[in-house]
Design a protein around this ligand. Structure first.
Ligand SMILES: [Zn+2]
Ligand SMILES: [Zn+2]
Length: 146
């Protein structure tokens, strides 16, 4: 396994920051059994045990290069998305668009939700875009019912 350096993090225990290569999305990866594997997933399996089928590991410390198993929690893809700091994650978590409008009455499209308030302001010429929260129906079918 790649070199790991302890670094202070937001949690009580320090983060274990790995020196492994970056996959381009902030996650450390390494060659494993002829393929490419996420180092944090290997670390969890090594120290804790098997990751339940279909589960993702959420970084409780929000440091995606951290491989401290104490900072990793198996969650569903839906839960991981809701916890993330992306616009989509915010929409799932707070039920508001990027401008803070409620998405309760948003237009439900096949690919996601479109903010109705933004749409109204857009048509009135007050906005240049409409907040849209894509929910990849193909990859994450469970999000469409959220
Ligand atoms: Zn950590
Ligand atoms: Zn809006």
């Amino acid at each position: 396994m790649a070199k790991v350096t302890e670094a202070p993090g937001p949690l009580g225990q320090p983060c274990w920051v790995t020196s492994a290569a970056d996959n381009g999305h902030g996650y450390a990866v390494m060659t494993y059994l002829g393929g490419t594997a996420y180092v944090h997933r290997l670390s969890y399996q090594l120290h804790v045990g098997p990751i339940p089928e279909g589960m993702q590991l959420d970084h409780l410390c929000r440091n995606t290069r951290c491989v401290n198993p104490a900072h990793l929690e198996p969650v569903t893809a839906k839960e991981n998305m809701a916890r993330s700091e992306t616009v989509g994650g915010r929409a799932v978590r707070t039920g508001t668009c990027k401008r803070g409008h409620s998405l309760d009455d948003a237009y439900i499209l096949r690919k996601g939700r479109k903010c109705r308030t933004c749409q109204r302001l857009y048509q009135a010429g007050e906005l240049y875009d409409v907040a849209f929260h894509s929910q990849n129906a193909k990859k994450r079918p469970d999000l469409t019912s959220a």
